[in-house]
Design a protein around this ligand. Structure first.
Ligand code: BG6
Length: 486
């Protein structure tokens, strides 16, 4: 007998504070790393590193600019003021859950205040209260590319151990205030992304690192995040009995380009690295192969005497991940490459791509679910999945986003098969369920939502919300608990 999604399956969507809230400088909020993220039009899909580059000079320029013209994350989609309207639309679709993040710099504007900012705390209290009223379960990320800019300036972000204390203080303030409202927590969004965009993820500015030591610095900062994650997992369990804390990884499923063992070997290496982060957070220790790799690179992570014990003691309850695309790897140089989620890989001839070059691979989602469940044997949740696309608004205001429906249908079909195969999956929150600002390019035109937001890349528009065709489709999916994907 086939076993479908559980009756309590958490269907919903996901957003992040820095890409949706706007209100970047009101009610006491401090600047975050996201507020200096420059708008990058004319994206070259062959050059993701170009989009992620940051320098001390660029930050200085951004700090002197008090407008949101070139820094779209400052304005977001004004979720800060419109969240009630947005939640009502999510409720209309039947959402059981919504993944949001808490902007750290709303609670501790510079990260180092003695007391939290009451207005910031109250905003999320009201948000979660409204979600509960609508029977939408909050799934809350503590760090989603939005650490206080002041911590980046003072400590080069997570490079210094001091930031662990700041994060623990921030997290504790959240647990204490929201203990009656939030059961599901995530510590770091895509913790592995520290290697791909160290500034966004960890406040690290490459030109402030000792020359030739950038990689070592990133591993040190990552270690601090691992320790911080374990410490806040402990606090969360103590402060909120029954709470569930998860890790979150970018599932960059990578295939060998051919069955040539050389291709298989480089792919294996890449996948070992992809798994390393969740390995630490689930098993509570660094994988032996990674420790050896670090030694060979002459990278020595400084650990406090009880760090290994902390990691071992406070592992996560579940594994969450984002899945957008898959990659191909080859031992051969010179093959055609394409971009993925802030990464490049060899182009896979069997897969179509989005306008941003991300290769669409629904079967890869099933493969990912099976791999992750087999490896970790922990409950899983997909907390991001979706397709960035340009939408066309018809003269009557309708938006016929059949491409998005096709993308979701194919992915949900594979997800269903993985569940039928025995994977313990307890939820699915699609990314950017309402259009928001892109993380990598700060474009508005790269849309993921079931709900359209009237705003262009320059910030023109009424910000009015409207339902796309995919809105009605997803509503039906949720109503039928994933049975009706037509
Ligand atoms: C994920 C991030 O990696 O990808 C999100 O967690 C991001 O913040 C999403 O928005 C899609 O990426 P992009 O660059 O298209 O916004």
């Amino acid at each position: 007998m086939s076993k479908g999604f559980s009756e309590t399956f958490l269907w919903g969507g996901a957003i992040a504070a820095n890409q949706a809230e706007g209100a970047w400088n009101i009610d006491g909020k401090g600047l975050s790393v996201a507020d200096v993220g420059l708008y990058k039009p004319n994206v070259d899909v062959e050059d993701y590193e170009g989009h992620q580059a940051i320098s001390s000079k660029a930050i200085e320029v951004a700090m002197q600019d008090r407008s949101d013209k070139n820094y779209p994350k400052r304005r977001g989609i004004d979720f800060y003021h419109r969240y009630k309207e947005d939640l009502a639309l999510f409720a209309e679709m039947g959402f059981k859950a919504l993944r949001v993040s808490i902007a750290w710099s709303r609670i501790f504007p510079t990260g180092e205040e003695a007391e939290p900012n009451e207005k910031g705390l109250q905003f999320y209290f009201d948000l979660f209260t409204e979600m509960k009223r609508l029977n939408i379960e909050p799934i809350v990320t503590l760090s989603h590319y939005e650490m206080p800019l002041a911590l980046s300036a003072k400590y080069n972000g997570w490079v210094e151990r001091k930031v662990v204390d700041c994060f623990v203080k921030f997290s504790k303030a959240c647990f204490l205030r929201y203990k009656e409202l939030v059961k599901y927590w995530l510590t770091f969004n895509e913790i592995d992304s520290i290697h791909r965009h160290p500034f966004t993820t960890a406040g690290i500015v490459p030109d402030r690192c000792p020359e030739g030591k950038e990689e070592a610095v990133v591993y040190q900062a990552l270690h601090h995040q691992f320790v911080a994650s374990a410490l806040v997992t402990k606090d969360c369990h103590e402060i909120i009995p029954g709470s569930q804390v998860g890790c979150m990884l970018t599932k960059l499923t990578t295939y060998p380009n051919t069955c040539n063992p050389e291709d298989v070997a480089v792919t294996l290496q890449r996948n070992l690295h992809n798994y390393f982060y969740a390995d630490v957070q689930v098993f509570g220790e660094y994988p032996v192969l990674i420790e050896r790799m670090l030694e060979q690179k002459n990278i020595h992570i400084h650990m406090e005497p009880n760090d290994r014990e902390i990691l071992k003691q406070h592992t996560v309850d579940y594994v969450s991940f984002s899945y957008y695309m898959s990659l191909t790897e080859s031992a051969k140089e010179g093959l055609e490459r394409t971009s993925g989620n802030t990464i490049m890989g060899v182009k896979n001839p069997y897969l179509p791509s989005t306008e941003w070059g991300w290769q669409i691979d629904p079967v890869g989602l099933k493969i990912s679910l099976i791999e992750l469940y087999d490896r970790y044997k922990k409950p899983l949740i997909i907390v991001e999945n979706g397709m960035g696309a340009v939408d066309q608004v018809e003269p009557d205001g309708s938006i016929h986003d059949h491409y998005r429906i096709d993308y979701f249908r194919a992915h949900l079909q594979q997800m269903k098969e993985a569940v039928e195969a025995g994977v313990d999956l307890f939820g699915y929150t699609s990314w950017g369920c309402i259009d928001l600002i892109s993380a990598s390019t700060s474009q508005m035109s790269k849309r993921y939502g079931f709900i359209y937001v009237d705003q262009d890349d320059e910030g023109n528009g009424t910000l009015a919300r409207s339902r796309k065709d995919s809105f009605y489709w997803y509503k039906k999916v949720i109503e039928s608990n994933g049975q009706d994907l037509d």
